[in-house]
Design a binder for this molecule. Structure first.
Ligand code: HEC
Length: 162
């Protein structure tokens, strides 16, 4: 059937073949565009001062974008998806990088924690496109949220607590 179609539409088939060839060539070529952030995990690390269950949730829901301990799966290295991921991770780290909390003072860490709770409460974090389809385990249950809230806000001034 396909060949009958092809012999009836030779010019169209030529256009389709050229289109596929161009797509393949471009698809391969863009893999060589150098994007520094891809695969990068700068050396700073921070030992989270939190109970293990809190750290476990933070690691599975936040660390890929807000620490230097990003897991870069193979699909995160394939352009153009890798460009989007590198952009989000660079942006995420620039707003809050838990791995750099060692250089921050207690007030700065506290501010990050309170902002984190705001983001979680509003449903902004973790980003929905991160959870679905690639990281279903990052989805926060009501219990996860309660655990995080208790830790993130534990040093918040009592009278401001909502
Ligand atoms: C897929 C990457 C990704 C994940 C996962 C993620 N974030 Fe973010 N986060 C971002 C990006 C990108 C920004 C920058 C602002 C924006 O684009 O919304 C950001 C911003 C923030 C900010 C700063 C908001 C502001 O007003 O500047 C906080 C706080 C934050 N995230 C907390 C968290 C917490 C807590 C988690 C885990 C529960 C988390 N994020 C998971 C990517 C991510």
């Amino acid at each position: 059937m396909a060949s009958a179609f092809a012999s009836r539409h030779p010019r169209l088939m030529k256009v389709v073949k050229i289109g596929i060839l161009v797509a393949v060539v471009v698809g391969v070529a863009i893999q060589f565009v150098p994007v520094k952030a891809i695969g990068s995990n700068p050396p700073a690390r921070y030992k989270l001062d939190a109970p293990p269950e809190v750290e476990a949730i933070m690691r599975r829901a936040c660390y890929d974008c807000h620490s230097n301990e990003t897991k870069w799966p193979i699909y995160a290295r394939i352009a153009p998806g890798s460009w989007l991921m590198a952009r989000d991770i660079t942006k995420g780290r620039s707003r809050m990088n838990i791995s750099e909390w060692g250089d921050a003072d207690a007030d700065e860490r506290q501010l990050d924690k309170e902002n984190s709770w705001d983001q979680i409460e509003e449903g902004n974090m973790p980003k929905w496109f991160y959870v679905f389809p690639f990281h279903p385990a990052a989805k926060l249950s009501a219990a996860d949220k309660a655990t995080l809230k208790a830790w993130l806000l534990k040093d918040k001034k009592e009278k401001e607590k909502k």
